[in-house]
Ligand binder design. Structure first.
Ligand SMILES: Cc1cc2nc3c(=O)[nH]c(=O)nc-3n(C[C@H](O)[C@H](O)[C@H](O)COP(=O)(O)O)c2cc1C
Length: 199
C-alpha cells in the first residue's frame, strides 16, 4: 500500500518534519511504500477563482488551467491508499503554503457559475487519512478550536479519505532545534503503523 504525506511546515528538522518522519518510518516498517511532499519546495500557484475546473461535470477532478506541480501531486494522492496531512498552526490556521494547497482542491467540487454552493464530486472515502498539527498553544486548545484540524479534515474528505487519526502536538515552539518527547514519538509511530495496516 502507498502512503503519501503532504507537509506544510516551513522548516526541515522541525516538529512536523520529525513527527512525519516517525509516522512514515513506522508505516514502512509495516509494509507501506511512502512518499512525501514538502509544500515549501513544490511549485503551487494560488487558485485564481476562474472556476474552470469546477465547471467540468463528472466524478473526476476538474482540470486546472494552471501549469504547475499541483496536477502531479494530486495524481500521486489519488494513487495512494493513505494520506498524511500535516501543518503547524500559524495565526490560528494552517500555514499559508498549506492553505494555498487546500484552496486548489476546489477541483474536486462541481460548482458551475449560477450554482450557489459547491457540490463534492465523489463522496466515497476509500483512503485513510492522518491529520497532524503542531502549535505553541497546548494541544487541547487547538483541538477545541478545531480550525486547523477542521480544514485538514475537509481536505481529506475532498481527497476521498476518511480521517482515522488526529495528532495535535502542543508547546511546539520552545526550541530552535526541537527534540520530540518519547511519548510523541511513540504516538506518531503507533499512528503510522495503524495507517499502514488500515489503508
Ligand atoms: C508566523 C507564526 C505564527 C504562529 N501562530 C501561532 C498560533 O496562532 N497559535 C499557536 O499555537 N502557535 C503559533 N505559532 C507557533 C507554531 O505553530 C510553531 O512554531 C510550529 O508549530 C512549530 O512547527 P515546526 O517545528 O514544524 O515549524 C506561530 C508561529 C509562527 C512563525
Amino acid at each position: 500500500m502507498k502512503i503519501i504525506a503532504i507537509t506544510g511546515s516551513y522548516r526541515k528538522g522541525g516538529v512536523i518534519d520529525q513527527v512525519v518522519d516517525e509516522i512514515l518510518a513506522a508505516a514502512e516498517a509495516n509494509g507501506a511504500t511512502t512518499s512525501r511532499v514538502f509544500l515549501t519546495e513544490a511549485r503551487i500557484e494560488f487558485c485564481t477563482n476562474c472556476r474552470n475546473c469546477t465547471r467540468q461535470d463528472g466524478m473526476k477532478r476538474g482540470v486546472c488551467r494552471i501549469d504547475d506541480n499541483m496536477g502531479k501531486i494530486l495524481d500521486e494522492i489519488e494513487e495512494a491508499d493513505g494520506l498524511v496531512l500535516a501543518s503547524p498552526v500559524n495565526f490560528g490556521s494552517v500555514t499559508a503554503v498549506m492553505k494555498r494547497f487546500l484552496e486548489r482542491l476546489v477541483c474536486y467540487a462541481y460548482w458551475p457559475w449560477g450554482r450557489k454552493i459547491p457540490k463534492v464530486r465523489n463522496r466515497r472515502r476509500d483512503k485513510r487519512a492522518l491529520l497532524v498539527t503542531s502549535s505553541a498553544a497546548p494541544a487541547f486548545l487547538v483541538r477545541m478550536q478545531a480550525g486547523s484540524t477542521g480544514m485538514l479534515k475537509q481536505a481529506a474528505n475532498l481527497l476521498g479519505a476518511k480521517t482515522t487519526g488526529i495528532m495535535s502536538i502542543g508547546f511546539a515552539a520552545t526550541m530552535e532545534k526541537p527534540v520530540l518527547t518519547e511519548r510523541t514519538r511513540a504516538r506518531a509511530r503507533a499512528l503510522g503503523r495503524d495507517l499502514a495496516k488500515t489503508a
